[in-house]
Structure formats: C-alpha cells, structure tokens
Design a protein around this ligand. Structure first.
Ligand SMILES: Cc1ncc(COP(=O)(O)O)c(C=O)c1O
Ligand SMILES: Nc1c(O)cccc1C(=O)C[C@H](N)C(=O)O
Length: 413
C-alpha cells in the first residue's frame, strides 16, 4: 500500500467510525457471543449465537427436561407457557418481524417441509385448469426439488416452469396456478419487489408462495401489507435461532379453511382426544405436524427476544449503510482485480448481503476464512458476504475489505 493509499484508508476508517458512533443499534453487539479476531459475514447462512440462548438451553435441559420430565409438556399450560404452546409463543414473537398476525404463523419443521405444506395448499386453492408452478430458474435448490417432488406425487399434473428472474413478470399468465419465489436471491442478494409482484400475480388470479429465508430478520417484512398468500422462512439465518432451528410458515387468514395435506396430531384441535379423524386446530397451528422440537424452539424463542426493542426501520437503514460502505470500499479492488459486483446498487433491490463474481472465488474464500473473514463461496464463482446490522459495525466492514485486499494481493488473484 502506498503512503497515499494509507492516508486514504485511514480517513475512510475514521468516517466509518463516525457512523458507528451515531449507530442506534450499536449496543446490540453485546447481546451476541462472537469469537475474537473474526469478522463474521455469514449470518445469512447461520446467525451468530445470542448471549441469552445458552442459559435458556441449559434451563430447558436441566430444569424442564431433567427435573420436570414428562410433566413439562403440560406445566404452565394454563398460562400458555407449556412446551405444547411453544410453537405458538414463538409465532407471536415472530409475527411483528414479518407483518403477520400470530395465528397466521406456524413454527416447526425445516424450510423445505414448509415449502411442501404451502405449495400443496396453494395448488389446491388454485383453479384446476391452471397447470403451471412458476419459479425462478436460479431459485434455491430445495425450493425447486420440493416443487418437483410434489408435482411427481400429483402425477405430473403441473409444469414446474423455471424462468430467469428478469423474465418472471412476463410469465404471469392465466396458465399459472402458483408462483414459488424467494424474495432475496441467495447468490446475488437481489431483492424482488414482493408487494408489487404479489399484486401483479393476483391481478392474473395467481396465488403466491414466498421464501423469506434471506428476508426474515434482515429487514422489515410486511406480509399482510403485501397481501401475500403463503410464505415460509428459516429460523437459523437472520433470526439467529441456531443450527437447524425450526422454520416458519405463514398462511394468510383468508386461506385457513384450505385442507392441510401434511396433517399430524399436533395440528389437531385436541391432540390428546386421539380422535380417528383430523379436526384442525384454529389458525395456522393446524400446520404444526408433530411433537414440538422443544430444545431448538427454546433457542429460537430466546433468540427472538433480541429483536424485542429493535426498530426494524433502523435495522434496514443500518443494513443499507453497511452494504453501501462495503460496495464503496471494494470499488478500488474491483478496478484492479477480476471482481464483478452482482448485487444491485439500488437499495430497493438489495437484501442484506453483497456478492461478487471472481474466477477463483473458491480459493479466495478459503484464504479469507483462513484470515478470520468468514463469508461464503457459492457455485459457480460467487463470493458472498452477509451483513447483520445487529452485530456488525462499519469498522467491521473496513476490516473485511482490508482482509480481502490482502488475500487478493497475496494470491495475485
Ligand atoms: C432460499 C432458501 N430456502 C431454503 C433454504 C433451506 O431450507 P432448509 O432449512 O429446509 O434446509 C435455504 C438455505 O439453506 C435458502 O437459502
Ligand atoms: N442450511 C444450511 C446448512 O444446513 C448447512 C450449510 C449452509 C446452509 C445454508 O443455510 C445455506 C444457505 N441457505 C444459502 O443461502 O446458501
């Protein structure tokens, strides 16, 4: 680095530190346990550990499980605080983050399983003459696989039509039964216009299923404001619920009468009646299939408390400030190295990640991880950096870019 470069870098750092000094969310960093010497840019794959989670897990294991044993299923039931109600309690905490009413959310199972539940219900509600499930050719694999598997179960009645993102609008025709789309692309970080697209789909009589894996907890989501039909998302990314955390499913109230195709006893109105026929519980609770995953639901429940005092508009503003700063600091590197920004610069089209194409992306990311800059490589050539406004500072952005610069220069990449 030349003397001029050094002076420039120092002034860039002090400007970023000034932003940190004015950051209304700066105090949230102390609510997470993060290792020293690491810049963690992978909260879009696995959120960091909230400080309050280990104590909650210990309490659930030692007291509720160890001492309470089977009694813990019903202990506190009268006040809605038993294990049985845990999915509903988590739903209530999640509801304001995604613009849902608590009884429109069901929490449990993986994201993929919830895609199945939502897509099956949506296809049932769609007019039978419509035979297309419209999806993005670059959608996350599990979304595509579940659509293919469900269609096979339905004897191939549908065409799973995969089209490039830019062409989706042109495919909103009266052939389409349901759209299955991810709001923020996991590779590029491109954010779709969820409300506008939903309105245009509805205008053509099409039902919408949205995957919010890279949206929930990353910025404010307003499912009811956008009149969405069904949605689902991960608990372990920006919601910080821990590895394999339960996912969530949103079913708009107007669709609650639809049949449930993955119906289990925990979605029954009275599970211990042990009835022979399925009578659904009120609201989206009917989509809970089996025994609540108490340990992982408890971790997610505690993790969601981190959001209790967070203004989601402030969270979004900080996310954009972090990603703007990153893109700006990366500009000189992109001019000298074969880095191509694939994340949109327009705020409305950006999630909370920034991605670049690089011909040696896998090796570059391995080297970055070796230096404690933890991002992701995604096939075929993507370097992906996720920003989490709850625990990142603008100084972290600066440290990350210094690490990227060092790796690219060392490797001549
Ligand atoms: C868009 C999207 N959908 C779904 C998933 C994952 O689904 P599951 O939780 O079932 O593994 C991911 C990431 O793993 C994802 O990025
Ligand atoms: N779900 C994951 C897992 O079980 C292991 C490793 C990574 C993940 C991920 O979440 C990947 C992620 N959805 C992505 O956007 O690439």
């Amino acid at each position: 680095m030349t003397v001029f470069d050094r002076l420039f870098a120092d002034s860039a750092l002090s400007q970023l530190q000034e932003k940190d000094a004015r950051d209304p969310l700066a105090h949230k960093r102390a609510e997470f346990i993060l290792p020293d010497g690491v810049v963690y840019l992978d909260g879009n794959s696995l959120g960091a550990l909230p400080r309050r989670v280990p104590a909650r897990l210990a309490q659930v294991a030692e007291q509720e499980w160890g001492a309470g044993l089977i009694r813990s299923w019903t202990a506190g039931a009268g006040t809605g605080q038993g294990w049985m109600n845990l999915p509903d309690r988590v739903a209530a905490k999640l509801a304001p983050l995604v613009g849902a009413q608590p009884h429109e959310l069901s929490v449990g199972d993986s994201t993929g399983v919830n895609i199945f539940k939502a897509l099956a219900a949506a296809l049932h509600l769609a007019p039978p003459e419509r035979r297309v499930i419209l999806t993005d050719a670059d959608n996350f694999p599990t979304d595509l696989y579940v659509a293919q598997g469900l269609n096979a179960l339905l004897d191939g009645r549908y065409e799973v039509r995969r089209v490039p993102g830019a062409e989706l609008e042109g495919h909103l025709t009266d052939e389409v039964a349901v759209t299955l789309l991810t709001e923020v692309d996991y590779r590029t970080g491109r954010r779709m216009d969820l409300a506008g697209f939903t309105a245009r789909a509805h205008a053509q009589g099409i039902l919408t299923v949205w995957d919010l894996a890279h949206s929930a907890g990353a910025f404010p989501v307003d499912l009811n404001g956008a009149d969405v039909d069904f949605a689902l998302g991960c608990g372990y990314k920006y919601l910080n619920g821990g590895p394999g955390a339960p996912a969530f499913l949103f079913v708009a109230q107007r669709h609650h009468a639809a049949p449930v195709f993955l119906s289990g006893w925990m979605g029954h109105a009275d599970p211990f009646e042990m009835a022979r026929d399925f009578t659904p519980a009120p609201g989206a609770r009917r989509y809970v299939v089996g025994t609540p995953m108490v340990l992982s639901l408890s971790a997610l429940d505690a993790a969601l408390d981190v959001f209790a005092d967070v203004d989601m508009a402030e969270l979004r503003a900080k996310s954009l400030s972090l990603t703007d700063a990153f893109i700006e600091l990366m500009e000189p590197l992109a001019a000298q190295h074969p880095l191509t920004l694939v994340t949109p610069r327009a705020h409305a089209e950006r999630g909370s990640q920034v991605s670049y194409q690089h011909p040696q992306a896998r090796a570059v990311m391995d080297a970055l991880i070796g230096r404690g800059i933890l991002g992701d490589f995604r096939t075929p050539d993507i370097l992906r950096f996720g920003f989490t406004p709850l625990y990142h500072s603008h100084a972290d952005v600066w440290r990350a870019v210094q690490g990227i610069r060092a790796v690219l220069e060392e490797r001549g990449a």
